[in-house]
Design a binder for this molecule. Sequence first.
Ligand SMILES: Cc1cc2nc3c(=O)[nH]c(=O)nc-3n(C[C@H](O)[C@H](O)[C@H](O)COP(=O)(O)OP(=O)(O)OC[C@H]3O[C@@H](n4cnc5c(N)ncnc54)[C@H](O)[C@@H]3O)c2cc1C
Length: 479
Amino acid sequence: MLYSSKEKITKSYDVIVVGAGLAGMTLANKMARDGRSVLLLESHNKLGGFATWFKRLEGEHIFDVSLHGFPVGMIKTCRKYWSREIAERIHQLKSVRYINPQFEVETDFTKEDFIKVLIEKFGVSNLTVQAFFDELTNMNFYDNSQMTNGELFEKYFPGRNDITRFLLEPIVYANGSNLEDPAITYGIVFSNFMSKGVYIFQGGTDMMITMMRDELIKNGVDIQMQARVDKILVNDKKTVGVEVKGHIINSLAVVSNSNLKSTIFKMVGDQFFSPDFVKKAQAVRLNTSSCQVYMGIKKGESIPFVGDLVFTSEDASFSTDLILSPKVGSQTFSVYYPDARPHLDPKYAVVSSSNARFEDWIHLSEEDYQIQKKYIIERAIAGLEKIIPGVRSIIDFVDAATPLTVERYTLHEKGASFGTKFEGLDVSMNMHKEINGLFHAGSVGIIMSGWLGAANYGVIQAHEVDNYLSRLEKEIAIN
Ligand SMILES: Cc1cc2nc3c(=O)[nH]c(=O)nc-3n(C[C@H](O)[C@H](O)[C@H](O)COP(=O)(O)OP(=O)(O)OC[C@H]3O[C@@H](n4cnc5c(N)ncnc54)[C@H](O)[C@@H]3O)c2cc1C
């Protein structure tokens, strides 16, 4: 059932899920289907977390915030843990383009096409390309290899900044990775993506989240929105529930889908964890944030097909540090044609995204913040004009989101849009070993971020929570 935001919940639950991002929702749905009583609490007035959308000009334009593309694996995950109807709406993007001073390439982002481009366009030998892909395929999460992304590219494509750009640029946009991150994170994310291309949900994020909400309610999940959890309650090394606006709700287990660091240091409190764990958690680095510019095309106007995802850059060469800086000349355009929402009056929209650092925005005065916002809006329109000449005159809505916007809406510290760096995974996965019944599911460790990573992590943690609840049941039966 859907509780109103004012209702005081007096029931107790097997599990309370704090946050309705894709990890929290997928976990809640799986556990309810498996017969557990589940309460999903969301601080926002919408479900979905980053998987969100907003309307402007009285609904004339709908913009998707994070529906730019995800790997094919999302079809299987949705079919298995959501519904066939949701899975069937997932469609492949037709064209991914790169336009930069080093090269122009159009690809469908499949492995076959990547191999072809590397050999034919970049002149790499068949043998080297095969060896590179073999290394990616054989990367094992448990190998504990210390190789970095930079070392991986240097091993196979020494001195080839253009190839590094071709292989890494989409992933930097996708999750803020850099050359110093462990190669395993690149291997997993890149292999997931380019196995069969890039996919999106046809119908828009609003339709997907509405379908998921209906599914959650059908499966018996209780949901309350505008319910920000202030505290996760711990008693005698065990979670006992949560506190929302001074009201306590009890449960046997709690899963936080909130930011990893906020969970440990704000909602639980570091006094409940071992000093060693606290040290590890303090050392976890957050991932970067992002800037987006949303551009709506006037009703009745159209734009030609220029690709679905266009990675553009004016920077002469590729540098992950530059990509994160406000001076960057790179941006990715996601172009939404009328078939993105075929059920609605067809409209075109374009979203420009660039990775960004919170630190570059938080210290600006209000005046400088507005100037910098205007600058990224102008950069986006000017960049788009190069791909679609004359587009400026048919844009009737434009606005920008910055790392500060991301933080305000999602409660992610520093507006981190892809959770934490690799070391966050270990802390997240081992939280339940510190406090019985306390789990974390949500973007961590690079590999568990993005729509697919987050949803799959929800499934993994649902198994852990279920094992815990089963153990509790056995203990009760014995006593
Ligand atoms: C601009 C942008 C573009 C992106 N593009 C893509 C893309 O194209 N493809 C892709 O695969 N991924 C993309 N991502 C990443 C992807 O959207 C996220 O990795 C994924 O949706 C995160 O899911 P999550 O489960 O970790 O939770 P989140 O989405 O982070 O949701 C967490 C939820 O918890 C709630 N919450 C937090 N604290 C509390 C509390 N105390 N009480 C109650 N509720 C709380 C929040 O309000 C939020 O709803 C993008 C992200 C951003 C920011």
